[in-house]
Design a protein around this ligand. Structure first.
Ligand code: VG1
Ligand code: CO
Length: 542
C-alpha cells in the first residue's frame, strides 16, 4: 500500500556539475534522499508506468539508497526497475543499460572521484532515456521541486535481496537484478579488435590497471584478464569497497600515485591506466610517459579509425571549454566538426544524439564516444590498447609522433581546494568586473587580447548557459581559465586551467609546469589569488 509521508522541504538540494553531491551523513538524514528522488520523479512527469535502471558505485550507503529508491518507485506505480547485482553499476554501464533496454532513464548513485564512507561523500543523479545526464532544464526543474516538496509517497515492504540475479516483485513493480558486467563487456567487444589485443598480450605486452578499490575492478578483470588474456594481477585494487579502501578514487598523478610510481620506474609495464569511483574517468600512462587527458582526446581522435567500431571515421569531436585545443588541431586537419561546450558531460548529449560528434572529452580525465552518453574510463583504456596493438609503438612514441605532427598544447590544471566559499566568490566577482578592461593590457609582459565569461548556446536545441568560466586569452594564443568546481562538498574549489601552444619541432618535450611558468605567474597576478584566498600554491596539480 502506498504511504504518504509529510516533510519540510530541504533548501540545499541544488544539483551541480553532475547531480546532487553532499556529505554521506547529509543524505542519511531522515527524508533527505526520498525528497530528492520525489523531485526527480516530479521533474520527469512522474514514475507511473515507467522503467528505470538503478545502480551506483558501491560506496557507503549505496545499498540502502537503492532500497529506498525502489520503494518510492514501486509505490508510485513504476512498471519496472533494472538493478545491477548488489546495487552496483558503473556510470557508463548504467548509461548502456538505459539505452540497451530502452528504459525511461536511470538513477545513478555516486559521488564519482570523491572519497566514500560514512564521513565522506555521496551523490545521486538522473539520466535521461538517451542514457545521458539530465540537461540543465531538467536539473533546474528538480531543484525547483525540492523547494516546495512537502510530501513523498513510499510503501512498507521488506528489502529486496540485491544479490540474487533474476526477477522479483515489489508491489506492482518488477525488479530485475542483472549481472552488472556482462552487457557492458559485450558492448566493448563489439567496438574493439579483441583478437589483435589478445595477440599482443600473448606476445608479452604488459599492463597495470589500478581500479582504486572502486567500481571498475570487476569490469576490468573480466575484460582485460578474462577476455583479453592479460596476466592475472594486471588489475590491482580490483575489489570494490564501500570506502574505496580509504583511497581517493581519482585517477590523476596525485591520487593514483602508486600506479604513477610504477609507470615512471625502471620495471614499468608497457601500459598503465586507472579509473575513478564510478568508472567514468581514466588516466592513461606508458612506460615513463604520462598522457594528459587533453592530449589523450586528441590522440584518440586522430587514431580512432584503427578500431573496428570507428573504422568508418568520426563525425566530429567535442571538448569542454577548459580542455586544451589539442583535439581542435586534429579535427581541423581531418576536416571534421569541433565543438566547445561548458564543463560537464550533460552538454555533450545533444551533439551525440544528433550525430554531430562521435568523440567527446574533458581535461578532468574524461573521454567517451557515442557508444553511451557518459564518459567511459574503461572504453578509453581499450581504445588506447587497440591503437597500441595496431601501431605496435610505445605510448611515448605515439605521443611524440602526435606532437611532431600537430604541435603540443602544454596544459595543466591547478586546483585550490577547500577555500572559504565567500572568498572564492568574491575573487571571481572581482575578476568578472574587470574583464572588459583587460584586453589591451599587459601582465608580466604578456599581452591580453580577449577576456570573457564563457557562454554557450546549444546548437541543437538552442538552450543557453551563462557564466561557465572566465577566460583570459593572450596574443600568442595562450590561455588562462578560472572556474569554481560544481562537484565539491566542502567550501569552494578554485580551478585554474593553463594552456600554451608550442608548434615544434623544437621544445616539445619540456616539463609542462616549466613550459607554463609565465602563464602560471600571470594567472596569480590577474586574479590576485593570494590576496583573496590566502593561498599561493595549489594543492592538486594535474
Ligand atoms: C568535475 C570536472 C568535470 C566533470 C565533473 C564530473 O566538475 O571538472 O569536467 O564533468 O567533475 O565528473 P567540477 O564542476 O568539479 O569542475 V565525475 O567523474 O565527478 O562524475
Ligand atoms: Co566519475
Amino acid at each position: 500500500m502506498p504511504k504518504l509521508i509529510k516533510i519540510t522541504p530541504f533548501e540545499d538540494q541544488k544539483p551541480g556539475t553532475s547531480g546532487l553531491r553532499k556529505k554521506t551523513r547529509v543524505f542519511m538524514q531522515p527524508h533527505y534522499l526520498e525528497a530528492f528522488v520525489q523531485a526527480i520523479f516530479h521533474a520527469i512527469g512522474g514514475a507511473a508506468g515507467k522503467t528505470f535502471v538503478i545502480g551506483g558505485d558501491g560506496r557507503f550507503y549505496n545499498d540502502r539508497a537503492v532500497q529506498i529508491i525502489l520503494r518510492l518507485a514501486a509505490a508510485q506505480g513504476a512498471r519496472g526497475a533494472i538493478v545491477g547485482q548488489g546495487g552496483i553499476l558503473s556510470t557508463p554501464a548504467a548509461s548502456h543499460l538505459i539505452r540497451l533496454n530502452e528504459t525511461d532513464g536511470g538513477i545513478i548513485l555516486s559521488a564519482s572521484h570523491n572519497p566514500g564512507g560514512e564521513d565522506e561523500d555521496f551523490g545521486i543523479k538522473f539520466n535521461m532515456p538517451n542514457g545521458g545526464p539530465a540537461p540543465e532544464a531538467v536539473t533546474e526543474a528538480m531543484f525547483a521541486a525540492t523547494k516546495t516538496m512537502t510530501q513523498y509517497t513510499t510503501m512498507d515492504a521488506p528489502d529486496i535481496d540485491l544479490r540474487a540475479i533474476g526477477s522479483t516483485q515489489l508491489g506492482g513493480m518488477t525488479v530485475q537484478i542483472v549481472d552488472p558486467v556482462a552487457d557492458y563487456a559485450n558492448l566493448m567487444e563489439s567496438l574493439f579488435d579483441f583478437p589483435a589485443m589478445r595477440t599482443r598480450f600473448a606476445a608479452g605486452f604488459t599492463m597495470r590497471f589500478d581500479a582504486m578499490c572502486a567500481v571498475t575492478g570487476p569490469y576490468a578483470r573480466e575484460i582485460l584478464e578474462n577476455r583479453l588474456g592479460a596476466a592475472p594481477g594486471t588489475v590491482t585494487h580490483g575489489t570494490p569497497l564501500p570506502d574505496f579502501g580509504g583511497m581517493h578514487p581519482d585517477p590523476n598523478p596525485t591520487w593514483a600515485h602508486e600506479l604513477m610510481t610504477e609507470m615512471m620506474g625502471d620495471a614499468a609495464p608497457d601500459f598503465g591506466a586507472a579509473s575513478d569511483g564510478d568508472g567514468d574517468r581514466n588516466m592513461v600512462l606508458g612506460a615513463g610517459a604520462y598522457v594528459s587527458p587533453s592530449d589523450s582526446l586528441a590522440v584518440l581522435a586522430a587514431n580512432a579509425h584503427l578500431a573496428p567500431g570507428y573504422a568508418k571515421g568520426i563525425a566530429g569531436v567535442a571538448r569542454s571549454m577548459p580542455t586544451s585545443a589539442a583535439a581542435d588541431r586534429v579535427a581541423h586537419a581531418m576536416g571534421i566538426a569541433c565543438y566547445e561546450t561548458p564543463t560537464g558531460w550533460k552538454f555533450f548529449g545533444n551533439l551525440l544524439d544528433a550525430g554531430r560528434v562521435t568523440l567527446c572529452g574533458e581535461e578532468s580525465f574524461g573521454t567517451g564516444s557515442d557508444h553511451v552518453r557518459e564518459k567511459d574510463g574503461l572504453w578509453a583504456v581499450l581504445l588506447w590498447l587497440n591503437i597500441l596493438a595496431v601501431r605496435k609503438q610505445s605510448v611515448a612514441e605515439i605521443l611524440l609522433d602526435h606532437w611532431h605532427r600537430y604541435g603540443r598544447n602544454y596544459y595543466s590544471r591547478h586546483d585550490f581546494e577547500a577555500i572559504e566559499t565567500d572568498k572564492a566568490d568574491a575573487m571571481i566577482a572581482t575578476l568578472r568586473a574587470r574583464l572588459a578592461a583587460l584586453p589591451g593590457t599587459k601582465v608580466d609582459g604578456l599581452m591580453i587580447v580577449a577576456a570573457d565569461d564563457f557562454a554557450y548556446t546549444d546548437p541543437v536545441d538552442g538552450s543557453a548557459s551563462q557564466k561557465q568560466g572566465v577566460r583570459i586569452i593572450f596574443d600568442d594564443g595562450s590561455r588562462i581559465v578560472y572556474r569554481l568546481s560544481g562537484t565539491g562538498t566542502e567550501g569552494a574549489t578554485l580551478r585554474v586551467y593553463l594552456e600554451r601552444y608550442q608548434p615544434g619541432p623544437d621544445g616539445l618535450q619540456r616539463d609542462p609546469q616549466e613550459a607554463l611558468a609565465p602563464i602560471i605567474h600571470a594567472a596569480h597576478q590577474i586574479a590576485q589569488i593570494h590576496a583573496h584566498t590566502g593561498r599561493s600554491q595549489p594543492n592538486v596539480i594535474t
